[in-house]
Design a protein around this ligand. Structure first.
Ligand SMILES: [Fe+2]
Ligand SMILES: [Fe+2]
Length: 275
């Protein structure tokens, strides 16, 4: 079976390209499940209930989050009641949201989804290592396909998480740096791994924000508003192929969708739709 993971969706430009592309990608890439990190989906930081609905209606089956999870507090109720959106598993246990979700893929297979925050160069959080052990022990043992988003800054820590969970999960894919790494691989015990799948949104930017604003603040020290940029929209992600019986990954492929791909993808949807 084939699972697409979409990296950090940034602002409206990021949502727009996801909404335009996902249905076509599901057809073209024969996807059974689409998971996306949406921690930056609301104006570049956080997520709202309306955006949750927008993304899930567009075909995103499960949502992971990161350090910006609670930036918009309207999302608390969604985190409490919806079954396909997860908080990082190493936030305080008192924080709002579920630590893992099981979602049914288009081929009928149940897939567990969770995410964790890194500790290096990040705000202090609980150990992602013990949190991963705890979360994995709670997921029903018959759910063999297990997907982990490791939201972290340092490639060393990401590589360690890949090795730590190798053979215990189907995929450990990174988010948070917003820059895709060219290290996708299947680890020795059958876990698909990539340090960071990259971000989804405007790439004529500094990690999704307007270049001039970030430049000004950096050069002068004066605060500006880091508005979400608008140019060169792309989806960055990875497609993991795995055996639904064992949960072992057999292949991982980086995915990049640009605006020039949209007519082709939208056409696929039109052809498939009855008049
Ligand atoms: Fe992010
Ligand atoms: Fe982040």
């Amino acid at each position: 079976m084939r699972i697409l993971f979409i990296g950090d969706i940034v602002g409206k430009p990021g949502r727009d390209i996801v909404c335009q592309a996902v249905e076509g990608l599901v057809r073209e890439q024969r996807l059974d499940l689409v998971v996306a990190n949406a921690e930056n989906a609301a104006g570049g930081s956080g997520i709202t209930p309306a955006i949750y609905r927008e993304l899930t209606r567009a075909g995103v089956d499960a949502i992971t989050l990161g350090d910006h999870i609670y930036r918009r507090k309207e999302i608390y109720s969604t985190l409490e009641k919806e079954s396909n959106i997860v908080k990082p598993g190493n936030l305080p246990p008192e924080s709002v949201g579920r630590e893992w979700a099981v979602v049914r893929a288009r081929n009928g297979v149940d897939v567990a989804v969770s995410c964790f925050l890194g500790q290096l160069f990040m705000k202090p959080v609980n150990s992602p290592w013990s949190a991963a052990d705890r979360v994995l022990s709670q997921i029903p043992s018959d759910v063999r396909v297990r997907f982990v988003d490791f939201h972290a800054e340092a490639t060393s820590e990401m590589q360690l998480m890949g090795r730590y969970l190798d053979g215990r999960v189907t995929a450990v894919l990174g988010t948070h740096t917003h820059v895709p790494t060219a290290d996708e691989c299947i680890l020795p015990e059958g876990t698909a791994f990539q340090c960071d799948v990259g971000m989804t949104g405007p790439h004529e930017s500094i990690l999704g924000r307007r270049i001039d604003r970030v430049m000004e603040t950096t050069l002068t020290g004066l605060p500006t508003e880091f508005e979400v940029a608008t140019g060169d929209l792309r989806i960055n992600g990875a497609i993991v192929e795995c055996d639904p019986e064992t949960g072992r990954a057999t292949q991982i492929t980086r995915l990049r969708v640009t605006e020039s791909d949209l007519p082709r993808l939208e056409n696929l949807v039109k052809i498939a739709a009855p008049n």
